[in-house]
Design a protein around this ligand. Structure first.
Ligand code: GTP
Ligand code: SPV
Ligand code: MN
Length: 599
């Protein structure tokens, strides 16, 4: 095989994979528009993509996946640290040796008949102290196009890497060789029986096999920027988090940046693109899924968004719920598993337009009488962040933006109030460590089941979760108390007895954000409750909302028997981590328990 790059170790690895996977040819991705178009055309010819109506949705494509390959597969995701105890009880584990043996067999000849794409990419602005370079080798052109929207790809990255720079090796194969030259390829090749998403945190490698879906295949995202990055961040003293980053400007022009961790499909993209209903407030996006944070020389915590695009949930997105997203995806967008209209545009449940006759996400004819959803609940759009009308001008600042407040939130139909401020940074870590949320369609498995999802990182922490809690506590300790972000627990998803959401959410969440900022600025007091500090009724700006006082009460009501159940459930959760669980977190649980006893 000819030389394609000047970096000797990268070239050696390319040769090794090319020989072992028996690919047909090598294709180096340079990040150019020409290559994007060439590959998009190839995918249209293969039936993987449908080009959308140029007038209604310029430069955009629709894909629908194999019905067995629609979400992240947590049951097949592994952290392969040398020692099992380093992966901890929340991760699947195999020894690196064993996993590599299994996968080496599977990769043997797995790219036969296919092109092997080499994608040099950067997570984080090139040249920033924050960034990490990766190279993904994949046999999927669909992955290449998505990576081009989600990350910085190509020549600029290779230049930065030089001839001896470090990079994370990210290997991906859909695991579907084409053995017979004559036979036609399927539109969405994958290998669900043999899917593995394996991470080797010590050697900083990712081996992914069998799936073409986002989080399993776009290896810069969850695999590198979270699972590998958490392990690196722990060693180096920073944080890699499943968080949105939002810029808020108050009516007097004062700017605050806030970050927020919510589990998959629990509102990060929506909050990151919020249109405040409060007069005079402005919101702009820095990032919608991942935040890398470290202390700056001024002692404040700075965050960058390591991504360059959004891979967002389509269903439920409308010009009412998220007008900014609707504007962002007007052109140059890849849609996966939405429905397709007769005039080649996209449709999903919750969009405002009437459906009419459609092709559903499985490629079958659909009309409302069919009964099942036309779009898969985890249908997604992939779009460059630069498409967004409200992306903040500083969104790629290599130094990041200083964070004033951090939110933790999940789907809790009961118990957890609309907003609670932590008593201290430590107590905020307790809030993060005990977060729970009802499961969504973003991962395989049942939807709507309550599970503990600490820091919204349950599927994404690359090491022992109790060590991760300790790392958060240590970060708090190393910071200057007066400069640490304030921490808040929020819940947009509380329901009334009839199952309706108590809080209108979306743009109205700006009312909660305003209170948080006023707390950060020391402008208002708060009321102390067993769970934390809550707004005094007069401090939550509800003007023009028409929220019945009864509903407001319910939004903050903490039922004692539910609280007792919660304490018991947190105790179980903590026990599952064994002796590694930091004592300070147990102390917070005991304090909470004592408030019940004292009543
Ligand atoms: P990932 O991309 O999977 O990490 O998810 P995300 O956290 O970015 O989720 P997203 O913003 O796409 O939210 C998905 C779901 O949450 C959709 O069904 C939204 O309609 C719903 N949602 C978002 N914000 C709110 C809110 O404030 N209130 C209510 N009730 N639902 C919301
Ligand atoms: C999530 O599931 O949290 C996502 C989508 O953001 S994926 O990239 O598939 O992980
Ligand atoms: Mn996510």
């Amino acid at each position: 095989m000819s030389t394609v790059v000047s970096h000797p170790e990268l070239q050696r690895w390319i040769n090794e994979i090319f020989d072992h996977c028996e690919a047909k040819e090598v294709y180096l991705c340079d990040g150019s528009q020409e290559q994007f178009e060439e590959l998009a055309e190839k995918l249209v010819a293969a039936g993987t993509l449908v080009r959308l109506n140029e007038e209604r949705r310029p430069n955009s494509y629709w894909a629908h996946s194999d019905p067995r390959d629609v979400a992240r597969v947590e049951s097949k995701t592994y952290i392969c640290s040398e020692r099992q105890e380093d992966a901890g009880p929340t991760n699947n584990w195999r020894s690196p040796l064993e996993m590599k043996a299994t996968l080496t067999d599977l990769y043997k000849g797995s790219m036969r008949g296919r092109t092997m794409y080499v994608i040099p990419f950067s997570m984080g602005p090139l040249g920033s102290e924050f960034s990490i370079i990766g190279v993904e080798i994949t046999d999927s052109a669909y992955v290449v196009l998505n990576m081009m929207y989600m990350t910085e790809v190509g020549r600029t990255v290779l230049e930065r890497l030089g001839d001896d720079g470090n990079f994370v090796k990210c290997l991906h194969s859909v695991g579907a060789p084409i053995d017979d030259e004559e036979s036609e390829d399927v539109p969405w090749p994958c290998n669900p029986e043999n899917t593995y998403i394996a991470h080797f945190p010590e050697t900083e490698e990712i081996w992914s096999f069998g799936s073409g879906y986002g989080g399993n295949a776009l290896l810069g995202k969850k695999c590198l920027a979270l699972r590998i990055a958490t392990a690196v961040a722990r060693r180096e003293g920073w944080l890699a988090e499943h968080m949105l980053i939002l810029k808020l400007t108050d009516p007097s022009g004062r700017v605050h940046y806030v970050a927020g961790a919510f589990p998959s499909a629990c509102g990060k993209t929506n909050l990151a693109m919020l249109v405040p209903t409060l007069k005079g407030w402005k919101a702009e996006t820095i990032g919608d899924d991942i935040a890398w944070m470290r202390f700056g020389s001024d002692g404040r915590l700075y965050a960058v968004n390591p991504e360059k695009g959004f891979f967002g949930v389509a269903p439920g997105t409308s010009s009412k719920s998220n007008p900014v997203a609707m504007e962002t995806i007007k052109h140059s967008t890849i849609f996966t598993n939405t429905a397709l209209t007769e005039d080649l545009d996209v449709w999903w449940e919750g969009i405002e337009q009437e459906p009419g006759k459609l092709t559903d996400w499985q490629g079958k004819p659909w009309d409302p009488s069919v009964g099942s959803p036309a779009a898969h609940p985890n249908a997604r759009f992939t779009v460059p962040a630069s498409n967004s009308p409200t992306i903040a001008p500083e969104w790629q600042d290599p130094n990041g933006v200083p964070i004033s407040a951090i939110m933790f939130g999940g789907r809790r139909s009961s118990l957890v109030p609309l907003v609670t401020e932590s008593f201290s940074f430590d107590h905020g870590v307790f809030m993060g460590a005990t977060m729970a949320s009802e499961t969504t369609a973003a991962a395989e498995g049942k939807v709507g089941k309550l599970r503990r999802d600490p820091f919204a990182m349950l599927p994404f922490c690359g090491y022992h979760m109790a060590d991760y809690f300790a790392h958060w506590l240590a970060m708090g300790e190393s910071g200057d108390d007066s400069k640490l972000p304030k921490i808040f627990l929020v819940n947009w998803f509380r329901r009334d007895a009839d199952g309706r959401f108590l809080w209108p959410g979306y743009g109205e969440n700006s009312r909660v954000l305003k209170w948080m900022i006023e707390r950060v600025e020391g402008k208002v007091d708060a009321l102390s409750t067993p769970l934390g500090l809550v707004p005094k009724p007069e401090d939550l700006d509800l003007e023009g909302l028409n929220l019945e006082p009864e509903r407001l009460t319910q939004l903050f009501d903490v039922n004692e028997s539910e609280l007792i159940e919660e304490v018991v459930s947190i105790e179980e959760h903590f026990n599952s981590f064994g002796p590694k669980l930091p004592k300070r977190l147990w102390d917070h649980l005991e304090r909470l328990r004592s408030t019940i006893r004292n009543n």
